[in-house]
Write a protein that binds this ligand. Structure first.
Ligand code: SF4
Ligand code: SF4
Length: 266
């Protein structure tokens, strides 16, 4: 509905049955630090309920050195989330004694630290994107999220949102997640119509978003890039660069579903 506020919130790390406080943040500093010396170190990697976004899979490919199909098969599960027309991809936890933990949790902490998911980097913040049409352009806002078990909130270090985003190298994740949000917005309007869930179009869209290796094979086999008059240099870039190919994939999905896209306008 035009003029209606549309907040797309990237949930941070969630855990069932835990008390969570959320405080809206502006420019002010807040106390927080996370390091191996905190008594709760890796506590948040246990029993976690974590959504994975398309760029998380690209980063995990680098961190794990395996293909996107294997990541999806071994480390994710599908769930019915906020969008009734498209599945939510969740991290699949592994059993460890009496609990379930993140499969990437090693003895020394996170084994994919440099390529960990956006939600892991973002905590203790939670990002919301205000896409109200009257604002003219999307605007980010942040909340401070405080889980009762997290002792990082009692450390001496003071940071603000800007410093936290920079220290966690979140600009790239946020930019890629913004592209995903544009697709997700279309997916919430039931663009598959009569095909219903699990139909061929939805499967194609799912592959484009979450299985970049499969999508690369698909565009090569079907001459997708040639049919859209993508220049040779760009085509070669897509062959080796997962991030660039994902940007194209998300644009192509919008084009396929009849959403606003620059593809096909050349
Ligand atoms: S990816 Fe790393 S930081 Fe994130 S939940 Fe797993 S072990 Fe923890
Ligand atoms: S301080 Fe918070 S974020 Fe860091 S390990 Fe402990 S629970 Fe996790």
């Amino acid at each position: 509905m035009p003029g209606q506020p549309f907040f797309c919130r990237y949930e941070g790390m969630k855990e069932q049955n835990q008390q969570v406080e959320r405080t809206p943040l502006g420019e002010q500093c807040f106390p927080f630090a996370c390091h191996p010396g905190v008594a709760c170190f890796t506590r948040c990697c246990r029993g976690v309920d974590l959504d994975l976004y398309p760029f998380d899979i690209i980063e995990l490919k680098k961190g794990l050195g395996i293909g996107s199909e294997q990541i999806m098969r071994n480390h994710t599960r599908l769930s019915r989330g906020a969008n009734p027309y498209f599945p939510t991809v969740k991290l699949k936890l592994v059993e460890c004694g009496q609990e379930f933990v993140c499969p990437f949790l090693g003895e020394q902490g996170c084994s994919v630290y440099h390529h960990r998911m956006g939600a892991c980097r973002t905590y203790p913040l939670e990002r919301a994107v205000d896409r109200r049409i009257e604002r003219g352009r999307a605007a980010d806002c942040y909340f401070l999220t405080k889980h009762s078990y997290c002792l990082g909130h009692y450390e001496d270090q003071q940071v603000n949102v800007r410093q936290w985003l920079r220290s966690q190298r979140l600009a790239e994740h946020n930019m890629m997640n913004e592209l995903w949000t544009e697709v997700d917005t279309i997916l919430r309007t039931n663009p598959f119509k009569g095909e219903g869930s699990g139909g061929p179009t939805q499967q194609l869209v799912f592959m484009a978003c979450y299985n970049i290796d499969g999508f690369r094979n698909f565009v090569l086999e079907h001459g997708v890039l040639e049919s859209l008059s993508i220049a040779g240099r760009q085509r070669r870039c897509y062959q080796r660069d997962d991030k660039e190919l994902l940007k194209f994939a998300l644009e192509w999905v919008k084009h396929l579903l009849g959403g606003p896209s620059f593809l096909g306008r050349r």
